[in-house]
Design a protein around this ligand. Sequence first.
Ligand SMILES: [Zn+2]
Length: 250
Amino acid sequence: MNVHLKLVQLRKKIRGNKKKVTSAIIANHSAEMCIICGSQEQLTREHVIPQWVYNRCAKRTFETTTNGIYQTYNKTTLPACKDCNSNLLGYLERHLKHEFERVDVSHEEFSQDTLELIVLWLEILEYKFQVLDLRRSLNKVNGADYIPFIGKMPIAMFQGPVDTSPAKVFSNLRSALHVLSVKSKVDRLNSLCIIHTKNKNFHFFHSTNNFIFIELAEFGVAFFYFYKQTFEDYSLTTKSAMEIVQDHYA
Ligand SMILES: [Zn+2]
Protein backbone atom coordinates (compact mmCIF):
# COMPACT_ATOMS: atom_id res chain seq x y z
CA MET A 1 0.00 0.00 0.00
CA ASN A 2 1.44 3.39 -0.83
CA VAL A 3 0.58 6.81 0.45
CA HIS A 4 -1.45 7.70 -2.65
CA LEU A 5 -3.83 4.80 -2.18
CA LYS A 6 -4.30 5.87 1.43
CA LEU A 7 -5.08 9.40 0.27
CA VAL A 8 -7.65 8.10 -2.22
CA GLN A 9 -9.42 6.52 0.78
CA LEU A 10 -9.11 9.72 2.80
CA ARG A 11 -10.55 11.91 0.01
CA LYS A 12 -13.39 9.46 -0.55
CA LYS A 13 -14.27 9.50 3.16
CA ILE A 14 -14.19 13.29 3.27
CA ARG A 15 -16.28 13.75 0.11
CA GLY A 16 -18.90 11.31 1.34
CA ASN A 17 -19.20 12.80 4.82
CA LYS A 18 -18.16 16.43 4.80
CA LYS A 19 -21.70 17.85 4.90
CA LYS A 20 -22.65 15.60 7.80
CA VAL A 21 -19.40 16.34 9.68
CA THR A 22 -19.50 20.12 9.36
CA SER A 23 -23.23 20.31 10.16
CA ALA A 24 -22.68 18.21 13.29
CA ILE A 25 -19.74 20.35 14.44
CA ILE A 26 -21.70 23.54 13.77
CA ALA A 27 -24.70 22.23 15.74
CA ASN A 28 -22.52 21.03 18.62
CA HIS A 29 -18.93 22.30 18.61
CA SER A 30 -17.91 19.59 21.06
CA ALA A 31 -19.60 16.72 19.20
CA GLU A 32 -17.90 13.43 20.00
CA MET A 33 -17.31 12.12 16.51
CA CYS A 34 -14.45 11.76 14.09
CA ILE A 35 -13.67 15.24 12.73
CA ILE A 36 -12.72 13.72 9.36
CA CYS A 37 -15.46 11.16 8.59
CA GLY A 38 -18.04 11.68 11.35
CA SER A 39 -17.83 8.11 12.64
CA GLN A 40 -18.68 7.61 16.30
CA GLU A 41 -17.03 4.19 16.46
CA GLN A 42 -13.56 3.51 17.83
CA LEU A 43 -12.82 7.14 18.65
CA THR A 44 -9.24 8.04 19.52
CA ARG A 45 -7.51 11.30 20.43
CA GLU A 46 -5.86 12.84 17.41
CA HIS A 47 -3.10 15.29 18.38
CA VAL A 48 -3.56 18.68 16.77
CA ILE A 49 0.24 18.95 16.55
CA PRO A 50 1.66 15.43 16.19
CA GLN A 51 4.08 14.42 18.94
CA TRP A 52 7.05 13.62 16.68
CA VAL A 53 6.98 17.23 15.50
CA TYR A 54 7.71 18.78 18.89
CA ASN A 55 10.01 16.08 20.29
CA ARG A 56 12.83 18.54 20.64
CA CYS A 57 10.77 21.36 22.07
CA ALA A 58 11.68 22.15 25.65
CA LYS A 59 8.64 24.34 26.19
CA ARG A 60 5.91 21.90 25.15
CA THR A 61 3.26 24.58 25.20
CA PHE A 62 1.91 27.03 22.70
CA GLU A 63 0.15 30.29 23.18
CA THR A 64 -3.15 31.12 21.55
CA THR A 65 -2.84 34.69 20.38
CA THR A 66 -6.55 35.34 20.71
CA ASN A 67 -6.80 34.06 24.22
CA GLY A 68 -3.28 34.73 25.52
CA ILE A 69 -3.42 31.41 27.36
CA TYR A 70 -0.84 28.65 27.20
CA GLN A 71 -1.80 25.16 26.20
CA THR A 72 0.31 22.01 26.22
CA TYR A 73 0.78 20.28 22.89
CA ASN A 74 0.23 16.78 24.18
CA LYS A 75 -3.12 17.65 25.77
CA THR A 76 -4.43 19.35 22.66
CA THR A 77 -6.36 16.65 20.87
CA LEU A 78 -9.50 16.20 18.81
CA PRO A 79 -11.64 13.09 18.34
CA ALA A 80 -10.87 11.00 15.25
CA CYS A 81 -11.76 7.40 14.51
CA LYS A 82 -9.02 4.80 14.59
CA ASP A 83 -8.98 4.42 10.81
CA CYS A 84 -8.70 8.18 10.05
CA ASN A 85 -6.20 8.78 12.87
CA SER A 86 -3.70 5.94 12.64
CA ASN A 87 -4.37 4.38 9.26
CA LEU A 88 -4.89 7.46 7.05
CA LEU A 89 -3.53 10.65 8.70
CA GLY A 90 -0.93 8.57 10.56
CA TYR A 91 0.23 7.00 7.31
CA LEU A 92 0.66 10.39 5.68
CA GLU A 93 2.67 11.61 8.67
CA ARG A 94 4.92 8.56 8.76
CA HIS A 95 5.52 8.95 5.04
CA LEU A 96 6.40 12.64 5.40
CA LYS A 97 8.61 12.03 8.44
CA HIS A 98 10.53 9.53 6.36
CA GLU A 99 10.93 12.12 3.57
CA PHE A 100 12.13 14.72 6.10
CA GLU A 101 14.75 12.25 7.31
CA ARG A 102 15.80 11.32 3.79
CA VAL A 103 16.04 14.74 2.12
CA ASP A 104 18.61 17.22 3.39
CA VAL A 105 17.22 20.58 2.32
CA SER A 106 20.59 22.30 2.79
CA HIS A 107 21.58 20.90 -0.61
CA GLU A 108 18.63 19.05 -2.15
CA GLU A 109 14.97 19.64 -2.88
CA PHE A 110 11.81 17.72 -2.12
CA SER A 111 10.11 16.14 -5.12
CA GLN A 112 6.96 17.85 -6.37
CA ASP A 113 5.03 14.87 -5.10
CA THR A 114 6.34 15.42 -1.56
CA LEU A 115 5.71 19.16 -1.78
CA GLU A 116 2.05 18.49 -2.57
CA LEU A 117 1.84 16.14 0.43
CA ILE A 118 3.38 18.82 2.66
CA VAL A 119 0.69 21.26 1.49
CA LEU A 120 -1.99 18.69 2.32
CA TRP A 121 -0.46 18.07 5.76
CA LEU A 122 -0.41 21.82 6.52
CA GLU A 123 -4.03 22.08 5.33
CA ILE A 124 -4.95 19.28 7.75
CA LEU A 125 -3.37 21.29 10.59
CA GLU A 126 -5.45 24.32 9.56
CA TYR A 127 -8.66 22.30 9.61
CA LYS A 128 -7.81 20.85 13.04
CA PHE A 129 -7.12 24.34 14.41
CA GLN A 130 -10.44 25.61 13.07
CA VAL A 131 -12.30 22.80 14.84
CA LEU A 132 -10.24 23.38 17.98
CA ASP A 133 -10.97 27.11 17.93
CA LEU A 134 -14.69 26.35 17.76
CA ARG A 135 -14.46 23.99 20.72
CA ARG A 136 -12.50 26.32 22.95
CA SER A 137 -14.30 29.08 24.78
CA LEU A 138 -12.92 32.53 24.94
CA ASN A 139 -11.52 33.42 28.34
CA LYS A 140 -10.05 36.79 27.61
CA VAL A 141 -9.02 38.82 24.60
CA ASN A 142 -5.33 39.68 24.29
CA GLY A 143 -4.54 40.66 27.85
CA ALA A 144 -7.91 42.28 28.51
CA ASP A 145 -9.84 41.19 31.58
CA TYR A 146 -12.19 38.27 31.40
CA ILE A 147 -15.58 39.43 30.19
CA PRO A 148 -18.29 37.07 31.48
CA PHE A 149 -20.81 37.51 28.66
CA ILE A 150 -18.34 36.53 25.93
CA GLY A 151 -16.83 33.75 28.01
CA LYS A 152 -18.89 31.08 26.32
CA MET A 153 -18.16 32.18 22.78
CA PRO A 154 -15.73 30.13 20.72
CA ILE A 155 -12.27 31.52 20.07
CA ALA A 156 -13.02 31.11 16.37
CA MET A 157 -15.34 34.13 16.48
CA PHE A 158 -12.47 36.35 17.53
CA GLN A 159 -9.99 35.67 14.77
CA GLY A 160 -7.98 38.08 12.76
CA PRO A 161 -7.96 41.85 12.62
CA VAL A 162 -11.76 41.97 12.77
CA ASP A 163 -13.98 39.67 14.77
CA THR A 164 -15.57 37.05 12.60
CA SER A 165 -19.29 36.38 12.26
CA PRO A 166 -20.53 32.86 12.98
CA ALA A 167 -21.59 32.51 9.30
CA LYS A 168 -18.04 33.31 8.17
CA VAL A 169 -16.51 30.94 10.74
CA PHE A 170 -18.77 28.11 9.57
CA SER A 171 -18.09 28.71 5.88
CA ASN A 172 -14.33 28.73 6.63
CA LEU A 173 -14.76 25.40 8.41
CA ARG A 174 -16.60 23.88 5.44
CA SER A 175 -13.96 25.07 3.01
CA ALA A 176 -11.07 23.92 5.28
CA LEU A 177 -12.49 20.37 5.26
CA HIS A 178 -13.33 20.53 1.56
CA VAL A 179 -9.75 21.40 0.47
CA LEU A 180 -8.53 18.18 2.12
CA SER A 181 -10.51 16.29 -0.51
CA VAL A 182 -8.90 18.16 -3.43
CA LYS A 183 -6.32 15.88 -5.02
CA SER A 184 -3.91 18.19 -6.80
CA LYS A 185 -2.06 20.83 -4.80
CA VAL A 186 0.02 22.00 -7.77
CA ASP A 187 -1.63 25.41 -7.88
CA ARG A 188 -0.86 25.92 -4.16
CA LEU A 189 2.88 25.18 -4.35
CA ASN A 190 3.78 28.83 -4.90
CA SER A 191 2.40 29.62 -1.44
CA LEU A 192 4.74 27.20 0.33
CA CYS A 193 8.26 28.16 1.47
CA ILE A 194 10.79 25.50 2.35
CA ILE A 195 13.39 26.93 4.71
CA HIS A 196 16.63 25.30 5.78
CA THR A 197 17.03 25.87 9.52
CA LYS A 198 19.84 25.35 12.00
CA ASN A 199 17.74 26.19 15.04
CA LYS A 200 17.84 23.57 17.77
CA ASN A 201 14.28 23.93 18.96
CA PHE A 202 10.85 23.39 17.55
CA HIS A 203 9.00 26.60 16.74
CA PHE A 204 5.51 27.02 15.56
CA PHE A 205 2.91 29.68 14.94
CA HIS A 206 -0.37 29.61 13.15
CA SER A 207 -2.90 32.24 12.15
CA THR A 208 -6.29 30.81 11.19
CA ASN A 209 -7.21 31.30 7.52
CA ASN A 210 -3.95 33.06 7.03
CA PHE A 211 -0.64 31.23 7.46
CA ILE A 212 1.36 28.65 9.37
CA PHE A 213 5.03 28.46 10.27
CA ILE A 214 6.36 25.18 11.56
CA GLU A 215 10.02 24.51 12.25
CA LEU A 216 11.12 20.89 12.52
CA ALA A 217 14.52 21.33 14.16
CA GLU A 218 15.20 17.61 14.19
CA PHE A 219 15.10 17.53 10.38
CA GLY A 220 16.72 20.93 9.75
CA VAL A 221 13.66 22.15 7.88
CA ALA A 222 10.92 24.70 8.40
CA PHE A 223 7.78 25.37 6.39
CA PHE A 224 5.92 28.58 5.88
CA TYR A 225 2.60 28.27 4.12
CA PHE A 226 0.01 30.88 3.13
CA TYR A 227 -3.41 29.24 3.23
CA LYS A 228 -5.23 31.73 1.01
CA GLN A 229 -2.71 34.12 -0.42
CA THR A 230 -1.17 33.48 -3.84
CA PHE A 231 1.93 35.08 -5.31
CA GLU A 232 2.92 35.72 -8.89
CA ASP A 233 6.57 35.43 -8.15
CA TYR A 234 8.04 32.96 -5.67
CA SER A 235 10.57 35.52 -4.41
CA LEU A 236 7.59 37.54 -3.12
CA THR A 237 6.33 34.48 -1.21
CA THR A 238 9.68 34.11 0.53
CA LYS A 239 9.92 37.83 1.22
CA SER A 240 6.44 37.98 2.82
CA ALA A 241 7.11 34.82 4.84
CA MET A 242 10.47 36.03 6.16
CA GLU A 243 8.95 39.37 7.23
CA ILE A 244 6.32 37.56 9.30
CA VAL A 245 8.91 35.13 10.77
CA GLN A 246 11.16 38.02 11.78
CA ASP A 247 8.23 39.80 13.45
CA HIS A 248 7.48 36.68 15.50
CA TYR A 249 11.07 36.13 16.57
CA ALA A 250 11.72 39.79 17.40
ZN1 LIG B 1 -12.88 8.85 10.76
